[in-house]
Design a protein around this ligand. Structure first.
Ligand code: 5GP
Ligand code: MG
Length: 181
């Protein structure tokens, strides 16, 4: 049913699973002596990535979610990022890992990184699954390996179009007709 809207698959379910496992192994090794790791998923897109990553981690950790929105023209991200919903957990003294499914301009993560650094986190790292390098506007990068994708609008694995299509297990490009409706 849902498959009929897909123009092309960019990243398969298997590739995503392998990458999540790889990231989890690196983070587990890095934090094997820590019991104060806080995963912060960036809503809404990163809810699937954050939960899949957490289940592969072999260390005690806490999860929370934050929501940031940028005010700009339409769907384009702008530099004016505000925190729309903060986390409930205290950040002080924690090893914070911000989980983001895709870095585009980098504006959101730049604002979030500054937000957590101000709250005296022990460390603040960015863990992103996907990266659109050519779209970057600010000096922000994932602290772990990423899957590079071309400059195309993608959906799936948490990423939406008009709130839908987050439930694809792969990352894909939609058929043009979907946007013309
Ligand atoms: P940034 O602040 O890096 O420009 O924006 C990052 C967020 O915008 C991503 O984490 C994602 O939620 C959303 N975004 C950026 N590019 C795309 C895209 O191609 N498709 C979808 N569905 N969301 C995107
Ligand atoms: Mg996102």
């Amino acid at each position: 049913m849902l498959e009929k809207y897909i123009e092309k698959e960019l990243i398969s379910e298997q590739e995503i699973k392998a990458q999540v496992k790889k990231l989890a192994n690196i983070i587990t090794e890095e934090h094997k002596d820590h019991d104060n790791v806080l995963l912060v998923g960036v809503l809404t897109g990163a809810f699937i990535f954050t939960s899949d990553l957490m289940r592969e981690l072999d260390i005690p950790c806490v999860v929370d979610f934050i929501s940031a929105s940028s005010y700009g023209s339409g769907t384009e991200s702008s530099g004016n990022v505000v925190i729309a919903k903060d986390i409930k957990e205290s950040v002080r003294g924690k090893h914070v890992i911000i989980c983001e499914e895709l870095i585009d301009t980098g504006n959101t993560l730049q604002a979030l990184k500054r937000w957590f650094a101000r709250q005296e986190a022990e460390s603040v790292k960015i863990c992103a699954l996907l990266n659109k390098e050519e779209r970057r506007q600010v000096d922000i990068h994932s602290d772990y390996p990423v899957i590079e994708i071309p400059n195309e609008f993608v959906v799936g694995y948490g990423l939406d179009y008009a709130g839908k299509f987050r439930n694809y297990k792969c990352v894909c490009v939609l058929k043009k007709e979907v946007y013309e409706k």
